[in-house]
Design a protein around this ligand. Sequence first.
Ligand code: SAH
Length: 243
Amino acid sequence: MSGWLAVAGLGPGADALITPEVQAALAEATDVVGYIPYVARIAPRPGLTLHPSDNRVELDRARDALRMVAEGRRVVVVSSGDPGVFAMASAVFEALEPCPEWHGLDIRVLPGITAMLAAAAAAGAPLGHDFCAINLSDNLKPLDTVLRRVRLAAEADFAMAFYNPRSRARPEGFGRVLEVLRACCEPGRLMIFARAVSTPEQALRILPLSEVTEDMADMRTVVIVGSSRTRQVGRFTYTPRSA
Ligand code: SAH
């Protein structure tokens, strides 16, 4: 039997937000590969081998998955949210690039609901007009690049979604991002801190930039910064479609 690879997104947390397409791939898989907490979301069953791994080994993990596919296994590489958003899909293609013998393998990317969309839905429609997504982690790019992108996006009046906003390993970066926002945006600019969206621990906090403090973000939070037009109606936050 010939192997295949599905690079799948598990959505932000709730099982109801896993697409039927991803569920079908998981039901047919022989192997599931991914970061420990994501693999932990997969129910064990006979005939399925789980391969949890540590976070910083994305390329090794992608190579292992491709090797298993070449051996005829049906492998699902799991990410949270969408696999193409700061996640495993790009790592798989990076691992594939130098290995022409694998270029013909059966590989599919199965989309998922990314954190910023689940968070935006929980808040209302803050991403209802032009927006961008920025990964604040400086693991794979210098902090100066992060700060430059935030500044230019703020100057262009995009709403923004920040992934990986703050970790224990680099607690100071988010403070620098807030400094950039304070320099470019009015104090009343709305920000949303959406933590553990779609899980039982979900917490949503909406406040003006002037009241934001660094410790409001952690690695389970996606941060949305409104555009200059973003506003509140009742308990909802939205960005009008004209701007
Ligand atoms: N591929 C994922 C993102 C991986 S980067 C996706 O598409 O969602 C990991 C970051 O995603 C976290 O630091 C956090 O900023 C965000 N994130 C993932 N799941 C989340 C959730 N349930 N609630 C809030 N933020 C989440």
